[in-house]
Write a protein that binds this ligand. Sequence first.
Ligand code: ASP
Length: 438
Amino acid sequence: MKKIVTKFGGSSLADAGQFRKVKEILGLDPARTYVVPSAPGRRFAGDEKVTDLLYRVFAQREAGEDWRETFDKVAARYLEIAEELCLTLDLPAALDEVCEAIAGGAGRDFCASRGEYLNGMLLANYLGWRFMDAAKVVYFDDRGLFESEKTNVVMMALLADGVPTVVPGFYGSMPDGGVETFARGGSDITGAIVARAVSADTYENWTDVSGFLMADPRIVKNPREISAITYAELRELSYMGASVLHEDAMFPVHKVGIPTIIRNTNNPEHPGTLISLHLPVEPTQPTITGIAGRKGFSVVAVEKAMMNVELGFGRKVLQVFEEAGISFEHMPSGIDSISVVVAGDALAPHREEIVTRIADLTQPDTLVIHDNMSIIATVGRGMVNNCGTAARLLSAMSRAGVNVRMIDQGSSELSIIVGVDDADFEKTIEAIYTEFVG
Ligand code: ASP
């Protein structure tokens, strides 16, 4: 039988009305047999997410401040949902247990994880489904790194009976039994892990937007929606994707070829965006799938004559960044130069040390840092078969009066990355969008 794993984000489960929508969506397709919920999110502008409140509870307790009032706000969110939906579980007892654990010194991750834990209990009760505590099926090692294979084996066995189950997102357990969480937004990852464990046909990620747009709507007016995108393209567009889907949520499902669909709980008729391993290049679709970028990069440009024949030059330059704990974003190079593009805020505290160390190790002719640079990725599986994409992109930028500071095309021909001054960021995205989409 077909199996669909659904994950519902915080805004999809923010109150009783949203719970009702979720139940309705699940009822529309009997293949939807596994649900991964987030903690209740914001109900209105200015509202607080339960997870944020729980982090505050922890911080207040650590600071010796009164945390009970904040915890009461958390409790009130769940009590209101339970009451409105006439749930039968003993929620006061579950809340007391959490409160006692916090009073007894529970850790930061445990506190945060209770948002998903309690929401999962409510949802399971409301649906009449089995509740499976994620601490029993999602594992981290003692350094807090996710253990994907162990998790997969255990989860696969426990979910093999096909019983409709709710597995709360965001957390798991360490070998000592302590609770550990993924990074913020990590319920997306749990959803993907469950999809892999049950060999789902589809992983549906229900949120409050109808999928991805080709460009940021704050920059491009009414950008087109992306109906289908490959995992590789989305990875290249990670500057855009991260706000809709946690980046690490792609790996468990990508690896085994399960497609992900981004759907909107508040607009369930909309087909959303399909993310798949392979997709045909339709003749009617634009050459590009999307454009995304980010401001605030710095470029460390190192020049040295005959660099190309100096063995180990590149390694030494990169070693300096590694020693400082800074990962690099791109590294375009010329015959006598290497430029390392890094996030400006990551570089800032290490500036002096990086300059001195590169100078010591490589004796460059020049070493210059350019700040305030934007990186813009134009991505499309259609580029491979289309001659002249780079030419069109660069001419569009030149017509818009933008100076290209850097250009980098991956060997997969899936993306063209340009670096421009932060001041030209919006102008560049608009120019590229207009050239390829109109
Ligand atoms: N509740 C967690 C957060 O706010 C995890 C999630 O919603 O995915 O980050």
